[in-house]
Write a protein that binds this ligand. Structure first.
Ligand code: F6P
Length: 344
């Protein structure tokens, strides 16, 4: 209940909009108490219940996730499994499923192809988005490779945006990328490769042996009237715009262009699709786009996202786990010496 009070404080005074109250609210009484308190605080409630009836899936889940939980830090695997089974049995004794038709709730039953989702009373607008998000989630282990395109002609001349070809070094990177991924992933594997619709990402991925999909949503942040200018030119010719972006890179929107916040919203369908994919996934995109995808996967606060380090000519290998994401960075060639963004 103290935690719930913290949650109200965050929603009321610290700019919070949606809070997830993750606790064992497994009895009707407890849920009623939460609803009462939320009502008193002007907060709408959606209950989310997840059920798993597949014994094999439960065993897999305990092995793959619970054993790494901080609760079992100093226990052997066998002890932890036994303890978790006891824990489930205890919960089952007291457990009351959600079935009150008057409540807004989402019930997620099992994962994988046999999954069933029940949406009751979708009066709160966010429920549809939550349901489609939940529909895409899975707990299979998979790898995601993120890389920027190879150096482009625009990078070489220090200009932002544009839709130029790769430079000679950029072409070398596309070959290095094909060799690297060829060593890590089998040619016959069902690998998903996504690019933007821009020449530099399509050219970078052109040597890969798997099918590619070009997404418009993966195109680089639209710099609007600043597209094709260098940072120095923007500073000289549009000093006000330059200082506004420097002051708040997350919400600043280029004239007739986009902000990082706009890009985050544009990428929502990509994030959903990224969650759904179980196969190895290679995303060849752009600096701002990859900052957002990486920030989402690594749970980085939005204000820090526009300054995340995503160098050229480097593959970022990510394996999402229940508690965090495993990361390895593989620089394949020396990073070109480009002027770094003065906004960071
Ligand atoms: O400079 C390469 C680039 O991809 C530009 O096209 C884009 O405007 C920029 O990076 C995004 O980085 P920042 O938000 O730091 O300006």
């Amino acid at each position: 209940m103290q935690c719930l009070d913290d949650l109200f404080k965050w929603l009321r005074t610290e700019g919070g909009q949606v809070a997830v109250y993750d606790a064992t609210n497994s009895t009707k009484d407890r849920r009623d108490e939460i609803r009462k308190r939320c009502g008193e605080n002007g907060v709408e409630v959606i209950y989310v219940e997840t059920l798993c009836t597949d014994q094999e899936q439960i065993a897999f889940n305990v092995r793959e996730t619970k054993l790494f939980s901080p609760d079992y830090k100093n226990m052997s695997a066998e002890e932890a499994i036994q303890d978790f089974k006891k824990r489930i049995a205890q919960y089952e004794k007291a457990y009351e499923t959600l079935e009150d038709d008057q409540l807004s709730y989402l019930k997620l039953i099992n994962v994988g192809p046999e999954r069933k989702i029940i949406i009751n009373r979708p009066t709160v607008s966010i429920m549809a988005r939550l349901a489609s998000y939940a529909m895409n989630l899975h707990i299979q282990r998979r790898v995601i490779y993120l890389t920027r395109h190879g150096e482009s002609e625009a990078n070489r001349t220090g200009k932002i945006g544009l839709d130029t070809d790769l430079s000679a070094d950029g072409v070398l990177y596309s070959a290095a990328l094909a060799t690297f991924l060829g060593k890590h992933l089998s040619r016959d594997a069902d690998v998903k490769v996504w690019t933007s619709t821009m020449r530099r990402t399509i050219q970078t991925a052109s040597r890969l042996s798997w099918d590619r999909v070009a997404w418009k949503a993966l195109d680089e942040i639209d710099a609007g009237r600043c597209d094709g200018m260098s940072y120095e030119e923007i500073e000289q010719r549009m000093p006000e715009e330059f200082s506004m972006r420097k002051a708040d890179k997350l919400t600043y929107r280029y004239p007739r262009g986009e902000s990082y916040q706009d890009v985050m919203i544009r990428l929502e369908p990509i994030l959903l699709e990224m969650e759904r994919v179980t196969q190895p996934l290679v995303i060849v995109a752009h600096q701002a786009i990859l900052r957002v995808l990486y920030g989402y996967l690594k749970d980085i606060p939005p204000t820090e996202v526009p300054n995340i380090e995503i160098p050229l000519h480097c593959v970022i290998e990510l394996v999402p786990k229940t508690y965090g994401v495993e990361e390895q960075r593989h620089p394949l060639m020396i990073e070109p010496k480009l002027g770094s963004s003065p906004y960071s």
